[in-house]
Ligand binder design. Structure first.
Ligand SMILES: [Zn+2]
Ligand SMILES: [Zn+2]
Length: 363
């Protein structure tokens, strides 16, 4: 296949400055691939970046900018191999026409973490859709996969929505793995966004004694029940810690996974956990959170575990979707053409959407 001269792409030039542009179609260098993108999900991080959040654009002395504009945005995509640079076939063990997904991180392969196999914590930390020229994103017709990408084959049984949901699902799997769920556990997932709702399905597969979603939308609590949650509580209405104690003989839950992105979700979790419980923090926050650390030490001896990205979990995500054990039905609520990305971002920012996927037109 000959690649067209130019393609359409969503280019970020600065906070709030996102445009659909016609740009040069990337060409593959040695050991590189070009993917034709079918779909790319809009992540809440895309919205935060668009809105100028400090964690992307830097915050004076606290941390440097993460983004390198101008860049094509989007990190939730999969695509078909349509061109290969010299040596790429052997390097990635792929053929033209294969459906593949690169992990969102492009490990440098040289830093302290990469050298120890902890590639998802790579010190350089380039991520598709955030660094122009280095890691261009998937809200485009084509994408260049650099040689240092971590690539996986995508099962042909997966739908377009499934393929676009692999990245968030893989992140949810890592968080649920971090929770180390046991049969006898009462597990609370706080925050029913796309990944929180995926976590409900994933935690259910671990067969805990009780599974609970906490969210401020009753329709999401209902969806979680469809996915196998035993209870759904709404903090606007329910006293969360009290409800959880009532279900656990007065003790509290063993596992609390926070996917709320809000400080109140953290405070609520420390309160809801029983002694010796496990707290998994998945969220990214706008503001620092203040809590009484004596709860972690003196009162409850808690395990506090962070969760970042998706080490070794893309193959699990692909397999669970292919076997029908996890579904995107109910989570992917909207599909919008790439050319209409502004409307897609608007819908994604609204409370009644869960996951919006941009579909690349076959022009
Ligand atoms: Zn994301
Ligand atoms: Zn590295």
């Amino acid at each position: 296949m000959t690649l067209p001269e130019s393609m359409q792409a969503v280019v970020c030039r600065g906070p709030g400055d996102y445009r659909l542009e016609r740009v040069q179609t990337p060409q593959p260098g040695p050991s590189e691939l070009i993917l034709k993108i079918q779909a790319c999900g809009i992540c809440s991080s895309d919205l935060k970046c668009r809105d100028g959040a400090a964690m992307y654009w830097g915050d004076g002395d606290r941390f440097p900018p993460f983004v390198k504009p101008p860049m094509i945005v989007g990190h939730e995509f999969a695509g078909e191999v349509v061109a290969m640079g010299e040596g790429a076939k052997a390097h990635f063990e792929v053929e033209l026409g294969d459906r593949v997904v690169p992990e969102q991180i492009l490990p440098c392969r040289q830093c302290f973490y990469c050298q120890r196999g902890h590639y998802w914590m790579c010190e350089v930390h380039n991520i598709f859709g955030f660094q122009g020229g280095v890691a261009e994103g998937g809200m485009a017709e084509y994408l260049r996969v650099p040689a240092n990408a971590v690539l996986h084959s995508v099962d042909p049984r997966l739908s377009v929505e499934d393929a676009a949901f692999l990245e968030p699902l893989a992140c949810g799997i890592h968080a649920v793995n971090r929770a180390d769920i046991q049969f006898d556990d009462t597990v609370v997932i706080a925050g029913g966004g796309p990944i929180g709702l995926a976590m409900v399905q994933l935690a259910k597969l671990k067969t805990p004694k009780q599974l609970i979603l906490v969210d401020t939308h009753d329709d999401r609590l209902a969806l979680a029940r469809d996915y196998g949650a035993d209870h759904g509580f709404n903090p606007h209405r329910d006293d969360i810690a009290k409800e959880i104690r009532a279900l656990t003989g007065g003790y509290g839950c063993e596992v609390y996974i926070d996917a709320t992105g809000s400080s109140s979700g953290v405070v609520q979790g420390l309160e809801a956990l029983r002694k010796l419980g496990r707290f998994v923090e998945f969220s990214v926050f706008k503001e620092p959170t203040t809590v009484d650390w004596s709860t972690i030490s003196d009162r409850k001896e808690l395990d506090i575990r962070g969760s970042h990205l998706s080490p070794h979990t893309y193959p699990v995500a692909i397999n669970l979707l292919a076997r029908g054990l996890v579904t995107t039905h109910g989570i992917v609520t909207h599909q919008v053409p790439l050319t209409d990305f502004e409307r897609g971002f608007e819908i994604a920012a609204q409370r009644d959407s869960i996951k919006v996927v941009l579909i690349t037109d076959d022009a």
